[in-house]
Design a binder for this molecule. Structure first.
Ligand SMILES: [Zn+2]
Length: 272
């Protein structure tokens, strides 16, 4: 039986959806990946961490959030040399996510939020959010959960690089499911860096991301050996708390009427 506090989108029946639409919760779409994360972590890191954060946010939001089933795959050809990684073409990813967000908008949900856990999806979710806003009457925003935690993590981290299967992700996984982390296999690796370029886009000057098999044997970027569940708890609690604030801000965000400033009526039937 549905209660106004159910936070999982697909646990509602269609009559219950009408009640939910009347209440206008923020509909969250978690986006992850199925991608190698070193010798010590499973391939579900980005998916599991993002979905866990979104579901806990939904649990605490008391009716103000509905969490969609997550997107489990992302842009990943740069990791394909490591066994198991699944790659989805960026055009396919954008089209698929857009079909989901447009369906949500179609039913009348006005505020949609993409919460991403996979770095290479960042430019793609930005486009999904923009296109959803421009092509529907709803508003859609996108965030990478990592950016909500980065300031808090900066105060407690022991290593410099925050990138992939590192101190950050390993700590968060340790907090949520210690038994699935093989800490005895945790390692460290750095990318190749010049003055303007790095093989993992860690420098701010030029964007570039190489095939990872060209520069790491481990599939790690950063140092996972310093990870602890305590640091993971700080990441988790900070992210959920800030996501709850973001949800409140998003729900209150006004949707103003569009206005045309043309002297003569434009050709409104044209679609791009
Ligand atoms: Zn990751």
């Amino acid at each position: 039986m549905y209660g106004p506090t159910e936070h999982r989108y697909n646990r509602l029946t269609w009559p219950e959806m009408n009640e939910a639409i009347a209440r206008q919760p923020v509909v969250i779409l978690p986006t992850g990946s199925t991608e190698q994360h070193g010798r010590h972590l499973p391939l579900d890191v980005d998916l599991f961490l993002t979905e866990s954060i979104c579901l806990e946010t939904g649990r605490r939001a008391e009716g103000k959030v509905l969490v969609l089933p997550p997107i489990p795959y992302g842009l990943n050809l740069h990791h394909i040399d490591f066994p198991g990684t699944i790659h989805v073409e960026p055009e396919v990813f954008i089209a698929f996510c857009l079909n989901v967000t447009k369906s949500v908008a179609y039913h009348g949900f006005e505020k949609i939020l993409l919460v991403n856990g996979h770095g290479s999806n960042v430019p793609l979710i930005d486009l999904v959010a923009r296109r959803t806003t421009l092509e529907t009457d709803s508003l859609c925003a996108a965030c990478h959960y990592f950016s909500l935690a980065i300031e808090a993590f900066a105060k407690i981290k022991d290593t410099e690089v925050v990138a992939h299967a590192d101190e950050f992700e390993t700590s968060l996984y340790l907090h949520l499911a210690t038994e699935r982390v093989q800490m005895d296999k945790a390692g460290a690796a750095d990318d190749v860096r010049g003055r303007y370029l790095s093989s993992d886009s860690t420098l701010p000057y030029a964007r570039f991301n190489d095939y990872w098999s060209r520069w790491t044997d481990l599939g790690v970027h950063g140092d996972a050996r310093t990870a602890t569940a305590e640091k993971g708890k700080v990441i988790f609690e900070t992210t959920v708390a800030r996501l709850l604030e973001l949800v409140d801000e998003w729900r209150a965000w006004p949707i103003a009427e569009r206005r045309s400033f043309h002297d003569r009526p434009p050709q409104r039937q044209i679609r791009w």
